[in-house]
Design a protein around this ligand. Structure first.
Ligand SMILES: CSCCC(=O)C(=O)COP(=O)(O)O
Ligand SMILES: [Mg+2]
Length: 235
């Protein structure tokens, strides 16, 4: 039987709750968005080398004509949890301030820190593959609530992937890109996610993959064919 030494984790619905993302991260972003847009001149100057302007210029042109139009468009993306890479990049910039000011602290599921510790002792390598930007992923793992303090867990994570770096999470090609980057065979890896489309794509790439069932995750009634876990305790 193949034994994995490479663990690839999703974030939302897998290491932290969907409600943390929807009720803490997204509202923080939407709250700061008007101030951010206030600092940018419209219509956007596409030759401007200011980071925020460069990111905003990647949204479809028809929505970037005015501040109000862009604000409405971004609010709709967030309300519908659209995993748009430009939105994710912008969120990373805004969340950075929140983390640095101590306004955002991450609640991971209880079993996650224990598992990260155990996997390290077992010499297993942990990687993150999330729709959140790599910047946002690193910020999240470096501001984790642990008892009464905030811990930086980035020393447990060997690398980070997002759709911008390797492709969509529901395409098997993206998982092959990760394996290629790691110089690993599919048999040596395991992928865990709350999203059955991601798990299906990863299985198609030959990776053992498990659906993570956390409280508040979407309940799939047609997922009998997938293996699942409720926590990382036996992974
Ligand atoms: C650090 S990413 C914050 C959460 C987020 O924006 C997101 O889209 C998470 O999606 P996932 O692929 O981890 O389910
Ligand atoms: Mg997820």
């Amino acid at each position: 039987m193949a034994v994995y030494d490479t663990i690839i984790l999703d974030i939302e619905g897998t290491v932290c709750s969907i409600s943390f993302v929807k009720n803490v991260l997204f509202p923080y972003f939407l709250d700061k968005l008007p101030f951010l847009l206030e600092q940018v001149e419209f219509p956007l100057d596409h030759t401007d080398n200011v980071t925020v302007t460069q990111i905003l210029a990647k949204f479809p042109e028809r929505y970037t004509k005015s501040k109000e139009c862009l604000k409405t468009y971004i609010n709709e993306l967030v309300a519908n949890d659209i995993k748009d890479p430009t939105l994710k990049q912008l969120q990373g910039i805004v969340w950075q301030a929140g983390y640095e000011e101590g306004e955002i602290v991450v609640d991971l599921y209880n079993d996650v820190i224990e598992a990260l510790d155990r996997w390290k002792k077992e010499d297993k390598s942990v990687y993150i593959y999330s729709s959140g930007s790599i910047k946002a992923q690193k910020l999240l793992f470096s501001h984790v609530k642990f008892k009464s303090e905030t811990r930086d867990l980035t020393n447990y994570i060997k690398g980070y992937y997002d759709p911008t770096s390797v492709g969509s999470k529901i395409e098997s090609e993206s998982y092959l890109n990760i394996l290629k980057d790691l110089n690993k065979d599919p048999e040596s890896a395991i992928f865990l996610s709350d999203n059955i489309k991601e798990v299906a794509a990863s299985i198609r790439a030959g990776i053992k993959s498990l659906v993570v069932k956390r409280p508040g995750n979407t309940v799939h009634h047609d997922n009998q064919s997938f293996d699942f876990v409720y926590s990382f305790d036996n992974v």
